[in-house]
Ligand binder design. Structure first.
Ligand code: C5P
Length: 224
């Protein structure tokens, strides 16, 4: 069979990373979480007191960053310049700031170049917001994965409860945060979240994880 590339785009909390990881396991492909890259830059910038409007500082900082995505059984480890940031890039603070940094077009250019290099020998499942529209527009399979805002917030809420039962954030607040991030990702000038014309929309609101993985896997096998 031919090696192909798989692009999975969609709004925050649609289950992209879980699905992309499982699909990549099924196919024996490499999973690339581009959101983790934007998060890693955001964390490092914030730690260095750099604001989203300091474009040149962000670019310089990013050039010096070595971002490693290391697959693990139930997820991945994210290492930035040797330091494990797996947990810290998922904080509420980063959730609230990341879309602002991701709107910096010079930063996007740099990260898109890295992502294109990673996809150049095929056999990757990549998730993000602009993968089918900008990063690998020639991907053989393009999925736009969505779910209702309510469902996405409730999934995140359950996930947070499992990880840290003493969470300080309410379901209501989570829904507001997700809606706000959707809005920023949809309305920004640089590569806004947009479904590619030839993408297949998968609405996972009433689907199990297994059903979504199976659906995407079948679409992939047809293209191999
Ligand atoms: O996918 P995840 O929620 O981790 O992405 C975090 C943020 O990074 C998104 O809300 C978006 O602002 C940005 N992002 C992006 N382009 C991508 C992946 C993520 O702009 N390809």
């Amino acid at each position: 069979r031919n090696k192909i590339n798989v692009a999975i785009d969609g709004p925050a909390g649609a289950g992209k990373s879980t699905i992309a990881r499982l699909v990549s396991n099924e196919l024996g492909y490499v999973y690339i979480d581009t959101g983790a890259m934007y998060r890693a830059v955001t964390l490092t910038a914030m730690n260095n007191g750099i604001l989203p409007d300091q474009e040149n500082d962000i670019v310089e900082l990013t050039r010096g960053l070595d971002i490693e995505l290391i697959p693990e059984e139930n997820g991945q480890k994210v290492i930035v310049n040797g330091k494990d940031v797996t947990q810290s890039i998922r904080s509420n603070e980063i959730n609230q700031q990341v879309s602002k940094f991701a709107g910096v077009s010079k930063l996007r250019k740099l990260l898109v170049m890295k992502q294109q290099q990673l996809a150049s020998s095929k056999g990757v499942v990549m998730d993000g917001r602009d993968i089918a529209t900008h990063v690998i527009p020639n991907a053989e399979v393009k999925i736009f994965l969505t779910a209702s805002v309510e469902e996405r917030a409730s999934r995140r809420y359950k996930e947070m409860l499992e990880k840290s039962p003493s969470i300080a954030i309410s379901l209501e607040q989570l829904q507001k945060d997700i809606s706000l991030r959707d809005q920023m990702d949809l309305e920004r000038k640089a590569s806004p979240l947009k479904m590619a014309e030839d993408a297949i929309k998968v609405d996972s609101t009433n689907m199990t994880i297994l059903e979504v993985v199976q659906t995407i896997k079948e679409l992939c096998i047809k293209k191999m």
